[in-house]
Ligand binder design. Structure first.
Ligand code: SF4
Ligand code: SF4
Ligand code: SF4
Length: 349
């Protein structure tokens, strides 16, 4: 651990894939600005600082901490609280820390099922059904491993967060811009945004940055991208029947996925002012459907499995009528309804 007088910088990964760390390293020469302007006191992927070293630091002594990953186990939670105490500015860095992102999909299963899948499935040779234990006695003493919590939580469900920087991972040019801003603030040349702001993003939607042409405005089926060959390289993916989240997703990535031929899956989160991301997408998807009769509306969405196993649901709100829960229209309405209920619950808490 160094003892120079530069402002202190920390970065930590909780339940994450490591991509956010790589994105910071991928800022090329800007990483030298980090070194020139900050004393990197804690960054497990790059610096061998121990937890006890962080615990020994004065509270509030780290100027800036970028925290990536969600809170999945008691170690994640302990370090989140520790870094909150030690940091003046704590940034939820990347979609996992902001919203749960890919590790958050595990919230769809009970913890026991997750552990069973990881340690005792066809791809795992575990004939004696041996599972990890939280504590284990060895001749040298007692070993501990982190305890999984029931669900993964975003960072701000555990500690107070100063800023949010979405993206899976945040784009390197956005990270460079944020580092540049902080350096300017340190030099008295700029001011920090208000607490709670979403930083390192654009001020519109992915569609607004996307160069693909929008002109068809009507489709008669939704399909997975791999079911369409060839994909038109210049036409809007949504207008080719590929569910693209661009219309409701915050800009800032320069429409990276549609540029590469893949639909946006929304890693930058909802655009400013979008209270219900699902409802906004349902509205956008509905707008390109070419159908007038109920039978056509039933047919067009098709069965489009989502990561959680839910079907793509497009019909505007309303409670599913008796007997229609199994139908696509019923699922559509239930989906729209669920969005509203979630929104209501969020407002009530
Ligand atoms: S936000 Fe994406 S890149 Fe970053 S840790 Fe999570 S999954 Fe990985
Ligand atoms: S829906 Fe997707 S492909 Fe179409 S313009 Fe928006 S971001 Fe681009
Ligand atoms: S296009 Fe969508 S999924 Fe791809 S990087 Fe941008 S916001 Fe994320």
């Amino acid at each position: 651990m160094t003892t120079n007088s530069k402002p202190k910088f920390a970065m930590y990964w909780a339940a994450s894939c490591g991509g956010c760390e790589i994105a910071v390293l991928n800022t090329h020469e800007v990483i030298l600005d980090v070194d020139a302007n900050f004393d990197v006191v804690f960054w497990p992927v790059a610096v061998d600082t121990k937890y006890k070293d962080v615990e020994a630091m004065e509270d509030g002594s780290i100027l800036l901490t970028l925290f990536n990953g969600g809170i999945r186990n008691d170690e994640n939670e302990h370090i989140a609280k520790l870094l909150r105490r030690k940091s003046k500015i704590l940034v939820a860095f990347g979609s996992c820390a902001c919203e749960g992102c890919i590790p958050g999909l595990a919230n769809l299963c009970p913890v026991g099922e997750l552990v069973h899948t990881a340690f005792n499935t066809l791809t795992t040779d575990n004939p004696h059904e041996i599972y990890p234990r939280i504590t284990f006695d060895v001749p040298e003493g007692e070993l501990h491993i982190p305890k999984l919590e029931k669900v993964l939580r975003p960072l701000d469900h555990v500690v107070d967060v100063d800023y949010y920087m979405p993206g899976c991972p945040p784009e390197s040019h956005q990270i460079a811009a944020v580092i540049d801003l902080v350096v300017k603030v340190l030099k008295g040349q700029a001011e920090l945004p208000p607490k709670g702001a979403v930083i390192g993003v654009g001020d519109s939607t992915v569609c607004d940055e996307c160069p693909r042409a929008r002109n068809v405005k009507s489709i008669n089926t939704f399909r997975r991208i791999q079911e369409i060959a060839p994909v038109d390289p210049t036409l809007c993916l949504l207008e080719q029947g590929i569910p693209c989240n661009g219309p409701a997703t915050r800009s800032g990535c320069n429409s990276r996925c549609p540029n590469a031929g893949a639909q946006c899956i929304g890693c930058y989160g909802p655009d400013e002012g979008v209270l219900d991301y699902g409802a906004r997408l349902i509205s956008a998807f509905s707008s390109v459907i070419d159908a007038r009769e109920p039978e056509e509306i039933e047919r067009i969405p098709g069965r489009h499995p989502r990561p959680g196993g839910a079907d793509l649901s497009l019909q505007p709100g309303g409670v599913a009528a008796e007997g229609e829960q199994g139908s696509m229209a019923g699922k559509m309405r239930l989906c729209a309804n669920r969005s509203v209920h979630l929104l209501h619950e969020r407002r009530m808490t």
